[in-house]
Design a protein around this ligand. Structure first.
Ligand code: PGA
Length: 250
């Protein structure tokens, strides 16, 4: 059985006090026990967040990391640093990293290998821009993003990979892919992995949908057979909305 996962990507939001208040508010919500719940605060608030989630099943995860072991990379964070504070999971390849910070498939492949070599679990994000969808090249683009960054991994590494399909046109725009569009792409992703590896491996990978998921649309999106949860931006900043999304599986 694939894991159901709902992760909140807080992006560059919430200072120390606000992060603590949001975690307290989340801990006061009742969250479906069969769903793995993750939150990704900013780097400076990771250690306090780890303290704050104690006594709950919420996992604190990182939004990014560098591919080098250490060295002269001002402003960057290494896999070892994440591990040293107690983190087990890192988001890689978010579309904002790709578009604002120049992260290419090539850079992401290095980050993926660095994370895997350090025993970290990866939440790997990818997805097409609006022009790709309009041009009908979205399946091709998504397949190439997966192939370029992930398909040289050995099959054992896939036990540590969570995928998050996030069509860029749906992130923070209020525009969501329809549940049918999400299912169609998720089934395609699973088939692409099955073709590159094996169908059993593909069936075991959790594939999350991200892009304007809200309490009002989560039930329908999560009802689709190949959608195993969501990566949530804006709605993750409000405890009751995030909890409603966690509890949106039938
Ligand atoms: P959104 O962000 O839910 O605000 O669209 C999703 C994401 O960027 O992961």
């Amino acid at each position: 059985m694939r894991k159901k996962i709902v992760a909140g990507n807080w992006k560059m939001n919430k200072d120390l006090k606000e992060s603590q208040l949001l975690i307290e508010a989340l801990k006061a919500q009742s969250l479906a026990a069969e769903v793995s719940v993750m939150i990704a605060p900013t780097f400076v608030n990771l250690t306090t967040a780890l303290e704050s989630v104690k006594g709950s099943a919420i996992e604190v995860i990182a939004q990014n990391m560098h591919y080098a072991d250490n060295g002269a990379f001002t402003g960057e964070i290494s896999a070892e640093m994440l591990k040293s504070v107690g983190l087990k999971t890192v988001i890689l390849g978010h579309s904002e990293r790709r578009s604002y910070f120049g992260e290419t498939d090539e850079i992401l492949e290095k980050k993926v290998f660095q994370a895997i070599n350090n025993g970290l679990q990866i939440m790997f994000c990818f997805g097409e821009e609006l022009e790709d969808r309009k041009a009908g090249t979205h399946f091709h683009l998504v397949a190439s993003q997966l192939k370029n960054a992930l398909f040289s991994l050995p099959k054992e590494a896939w036990a540590h990979i969570i995928l998050a399909y996030e069509p860029v046109w749906a992130i923070g725009t209020g525009e969501t892919a329809s549940a049918e569009q999400a299912q169609e792409m998720h089934a395609f992703i699973r088939k692409t992995i099955a073709d590159a590896y094996h169908s059993e491996l593909a069936d075991a990978v959790s594939i999350l949908y991200g892009g304007s998921v809200k309490p009002g649309n989560a039930v329908e999106i999560f009802s689709k057979p190949d959608v195993d949860g969501g990566l949530i931006g804006g709605a993750a900043l409000v405890a009751s909305d995030f909890a409603a999304i966690v509890n949106a599986f039938n």
